[in-house]
Design a protein around this ligand. Sequence first.
Ligand SMILES: Cc1cc2nc3c(=O)[nH]c(=O)nc-3n(C[C@H](O)[C@H](O)[C@H](O)COP(=O)(O)O)c2cc1C
Length: 333
Amino acid sequence: MSVVLPSSPDSAIPAAPSAALALRFCGLSFRSPIVLLSGCVGFGEEYTRVEGFSNTDAGAIVLKGTTGSARLGNAPHRVYETADGMLNAIGLQNPGVDHVVRHILPSLDFTETRFIANVCGSTIEEYVEVTRRFEDSAIDAIEINISCPNIKEGGVQFGNVPSMSARVVAACRAVTAKPLITKLSPNQTDIRENARCCIDAGTDALAVINTVTGMAIDVASRRAVIGNGQGGLSGPAIKPIALLKVKEVYEIAGPRGIPIIGQGGIVCARDAIEFLIAGASAVGIGTALFYDPLVCKAVNTGIADFLHAQHLSSVTELVGTLGTAPRARDAAC
Ligand SMILES: Cc1cc2nc3c(=O)[nH]c(=O)nc-3n(C[C@H](O)[C@H](O)[C@H](O)COP(=O)(O)O)c2cc1C
């Protein structure tokens, strides 16, 4: 596995909230296994004005999906609350890669956490252009979003066909030496085959899963609620789907030393621990931030308490332990 405890810090990143939470992910030092997810934290500054919030509580933060040119996004409504979840079809609103690299990255404090770009495109050429631009920047790693369900061209069209996914990954791999993470779609027949193709094409890590496609209907107008007609479902409603996808991808990625950022509906430490056991080396939090921007602190504390109760010295000892017997019962969470 490429995820091991650091013997010594390799950067100016402050000490972990708990030493047991620190890990290395694709050669990067993470202070915590928590990754704040793309689209839910703006460009890294979103919550820094909220009292009690600190970027240092997260191992990494993934910036909003970025394209070659600025995009205005979709017509409203763009978000809608569902039972235990949220539909969104933002449509990748962003100011374009040039603006992000020139004006946003210089304002981020890279001593606080790791910042990961989220690269999107309508064509393979656009993915390559955006990746190349981030390669010449301070960004710590690059996540390729081949799973966005909310744009008309590109996005999930690449992510649902393994051979197309592999072409995007190989093309981006050719222009960057930074850690490359590929974000997989749950909206496909066999996520394992796609994971295998992306690994063969050179991805260093996988993010599992993006949102699940869905819709809501307004019965009075008999129209779709979301302006785009459909959207991506996130939040607790998708957690069981996400957990299974992580477990399936781990069957392929684990033996090959490819780490996974597990995500989809995590709101508390127990959720995060389930994803670690299923095979995730790090865990993403997105939708939960909208109603509790301080959720990160509680999840860090809960994981640390669980490790202590289970007599484990590192969060990495939990990864992929599904089906193995715990050392102690009734651990707090
Ligand atoms: C409002 C919103 C915007 C999102 N935008 C992006 C995006 O730009 N790029 C991306 O890869 N994922 C995007 N996502 C997906 C999340 O990063 C995450 O994978 C998904 O929501 C599942 O995690 P969660 O249930 O914790 O939110 C977005 C999700 C939401 C709710």
